[in-house]
Design a binder for this molecule. Sequence first.
Ligand code: ARG
Length: 273
Amino acid sequence: MPDSRVPRLRRFLVCEPRHFAVQYSINPWMHPDTPVDVDLARAQWQALIRAYRDHGHTVETVEPVAELPDMVFAANCALVLGGRVLGSLFHAPERRPESTAYDAWFVGAGYEVHRAESVCEGEGDLVPAGRFVLAGTGFRTTREAHRQAQELFGVPVISLQLVDPRFYHLDTALFVLDDGEDGNIAYYPEAFTPGSRAVLARLYPDAVIATREDALAFGLNSVSDGRHVFVASRAKELADQLDRQGYVPVPLDLSEFQKAGGGIKCCTQELRP
Ligand code: ARG
């Protein structure tokens, strides 16, 4: 284990939660009758952005659109790799219009934008991990979209089958600790079928395995820069494990966003050069 892990500075795209709310239910966390504390949500989101900037990362913003309460979950809008964008085709009709706003941002920023041909929810399910893209399916992104991503980016895509509706996106059950050639991940095995679990065990024999409690606290919806891990503050045991592995946990509370089934990573789209 290296005693000094080196961060790689990132560029992120985020969307202010100006219109954030739970107005419909498209995952088991969402109960439209539970109120969201809008001021608290805004403060939690601002603390996340501040933490990114304090650690040297660049944060860009896309203008939020009224009537798109889930647009704050920027991770779902695309996968950006090597300057190319695979724009999402959302599963839920309620979220489909988000693509127009995000695609316009990418085009304006000079990216080559490709459109997903079947349901595909960006970094929610497509997680670049060094030599591979790890790809979730079962609830949202289709295997057809995995194939399209592999063709578009020319990176081997490893399909992983999700089984628990509370972990409906891959980024709720797994995150990349460092994305170098011999990178490592953290994950919650019970979110996957036995076959997919075996694939992960084979690829990442030294992975950090999260407890059920930490997974349910959205501990795996984390962002790592290779050294600092921006992680849900309630995922205590996970933070201890990361600390023992030489990472520096940066605990953040995004409780209001969990009411929509989201967390730190969901709010963060990485713009990979
Ligand atoms: N309410 C949103 C949905 O169900 C939450 C998305 C969370 N994003 C994520 N990357 N897991 O689509």
